[in-house]
Design a protein around this ligand. Structure first.
Ligand SMILES: Cc1ncc(COP(=O)(O)O)c(C=O)c1O
Length: 304
């Protein structure tokens, strides 16, 4: 199963992109075993720590997470025989929390401000993860600070170079830890040196774009601080994207493109289409379908 991570399809959006815009391609990361791109970074964080000897059998793996990372880590830990402790919150989709438990993780669920993602939430989760890690022999993967997390996305960049023959003008996506965008872009820049790399955030919390952190409802992105792995030498620009438009587009993606994905994917596609209109026909924009829509069925995204 670990070998089934990655090598995901890249498809062109042919119905939701206007005709005079650039072509928009989307990498379907929900084809990975736990249905999100986080499988790549979970495997990288675990295997690199094993190689260094900082993670050994008998130790507990501890992480704080907005959801998908927890599922991927629980999956990798199940296969490798580690106990997995996850700090998460009730702002995270119930399906994601259940999936972590089904892969064998033990959960600490913190209370959020009415199910919303507020700037104090991730720091509180980090603090609880630190407490748990101090309880016994453990390895705290500490995703936001861990360079192994970023390195896990090199494979995504390599696959994109092969799938596009290096013909990419813009690579873009929403940023949480910044691992996916920075990790893939570092590789893309070698094969497509003029690629423009654009980070997206919900417009109500567009901190990287120069705004203030705020409340939003896009799981996994815009943690309320500048993520330590966000590398401005790789990322060309950041911009806020309308979250309601992202939700609308998530539903349209299912009906018109056959792509059933999560909230952040809707945000990615709204931003990608905006960029495609700006740079015009004859160019190529690439973004990512982060995870599967099946993880969001109980929430607002696909509510009737
Ligand atoms: C659903 C979802 N979308 C987007 C992201 C952002 O990805 P990254 O952390 O690589 O910036 C995450 C990360 O947690 C996520 O869970």
């Amino acid at each position: 199963m670990l070998g089934a991570i990655g090598n995901t399809p890249l498809v062109e959006l042919t119905h939701v992109v206007p005709p005079d815009a650039a072509r928009v391609f989307i990498k379907l990361e929900y084809f990975s075993p736990t249905a999100s791109y986080k499988d790549r970074m979970a495997l990288s964080m675990i295997e690199r720590a094993e190689e260094r000897g900082t993670l050994k059998q008998g130790m507990t793996v501890v992480e704080y997470t907005g959801g998908s990372t927890g599922i991927s880590l629980a999956f990798v830990c199940a296969l490798k025989g580690y106990t997995c402790r996850i700090v998460t919150s009730d702002a995270v989709a119930l399906e994601k929390r259940r999936a972590m438990e089904i892969f064998g993780a033990k959960l600490d669920v913190l209370k959020s401000d009415g199910g919303k993602l507020t700037p104090d939430l991730v720091p509180r989760m980090m603090e609880r993860a630190r407490e748990i890690a101090a309880e016994g022999p453990s390895y705290a993967t500490d995703q936001f600070r861990n360079p192994d997390m970023v390195a896990g996305y090199a494979s995504l960049g390599e696959e994109l170079l092969r799938q596009t023959d290096g013909k990419i003008d813009v690579f873009c996506g929403a940023v949480g830890t910044a691992g996916m965008l920075v990790g893939a872009a570092r590789v893309l820049e070698r094969g497509a040196p003029n690629v423009r790399v654009v980070a997206f955030e919900p417009a109500t919390s567009a901190l990287l774009a120069g705004g203030a952190p705020g409340k939003h409802g896009v799981e996994g992105v815009a943690p309320g601080f500048v993520p330590p792995q966000f590398d401005r030498t790789v990322v060309t620009e950041a911009r806020g994207v309308d979250e309601a438009e992202g939700r609308r587009l998530s539903r349209e993606l299912a009906r018109r493109e056959g792509i059933f994905a999560g909230t952040s994917t809707g945000l990615n596609v709204v931003g990608a289409i905006e960029l495609a209109k700006e740079i015009g026909a004859g160019h190529t924009v690439v973004t990512v379908a982060v995870d599967s829509g099946f993880k969001y069925l109980a929430g607002e995204l696909y509510a009737r």
